[in-house]
Design a protein around this ligand. Structure first.
Ligand code: ADP
Ligand code: MG
Length: 238
């Protein structure tokens, strides 16, 4: 197996006046191609910061980050933007759909950067919306959809470019349990089907059951790494 994400001694320090916050405090890890991983840990432990660093949405204070063979922490903003468009998908807890656009337009947006002709973009966006069960909501705007439906649109958008890695930051944090399972099945099935790598921040035990490995994060460090099987065992022992 080959590593698709490699972090070597990564730090992210925030300076607040005289105070230094070590949001990510010396993390090294490797995630393999096609793996489904979770980051778990208390609020404020550095999960979102870590995810943003891996996705090239933020830069480390120290250390190196590779996606495949590309070292991303030394790319400039333009290079990073191009890299993200090609290789990275991101799903946020609060969806971040564009309110004035329909579901179809929201999914087609990332494809406009790929140079795909418009008719193809529309076709691809339709296929994705169908795959996430929104065939009959293509013309709806975000405010005309439920939370679960909006998150489906944002999942379709994240997968639109067929990225190598999809990052999700508490993607089901605003959803009920039944919808949480639907979203997880949807994301993991899509990722498995296209051999994509999925890294999910979550508090949910249900979600971490889908993961091959769970990185437990505390105070900006990896406290321990569980595999999905251990997680099941822990639940049965409890
Ligand atoms: P989590 O996602 O695990 O809840 P975060 O990564 O959001 O944690 O935050 C980790 C730590 O870094 C927290 O102490 C938080 O207050 C701090 N932090 C996060 N973002 C910033 C920022 N932009 N400026 C200053 N401190 C921040
Ligand atoms: Mg967070």
């Amino acid at each position: 197996m080959s590593a698709i994400i490699t972090l070597d001694n990564v730090y992210r320090v925030y300076r607040m006046g005289h105070e230094k916050i070590m949001a990510v405090n010396g993390i090294s890890l490797e995630i393999n191609e096609g793996e489904i991983c979770c980051l778990k840990g208390p609020s404020g432990s550095g999960k979102s910061t870590l995810l943003h660093l891996m996705a090239g949405l933020d830069k480390p204070s120290k250390g190196s980050i590779h996606i495949g063979k590309t070292r991303i922490d030394t790319l400039n903003e333009n290079q990073l933007a191009v890299f993200r468009q090609k290789y990275i998908g991101f799903i946020f807890q609060s969806y971040y759909l564009i309110p004035t656009l329909t579901a179809l337009e929201n999914v087609a947006i990332p494809l406009t950067f790929s140079g795909m002709p418009k008719s193809k973009r529309i076709k691809r966006a339709k296929e994705l919306l169908e795959a996430v069960g929104l065939k009959d909501r293509m013309k709806h705007k975000p405010t005309e959809m439920s939370g679960g439906q909006q998150q489906r649109v944002s999942i379709a958008r994240a997968f639109a470019n067929n990225p190598k890695v999809i990052f999700a930051d508490e993607p089901t944090g605003n959803l009920d349990t039944a919808t949480t399972f639907e979203m997880m099945n949807l994301m993991t099935n899509l990722a498995k089907h296209f051999n994509q790598t999925l890294v999910i921040v979550t508090h949910d035990d249900e979600i971490s059951g889908y993961a091959s490995r769970i990185f437990m994060i505390r105070d900006g460090k990896i406290e321990k790494i569980l595999n999905g099987r251990d997680q099941q065992d822990e639940k049965m022992d409890a």
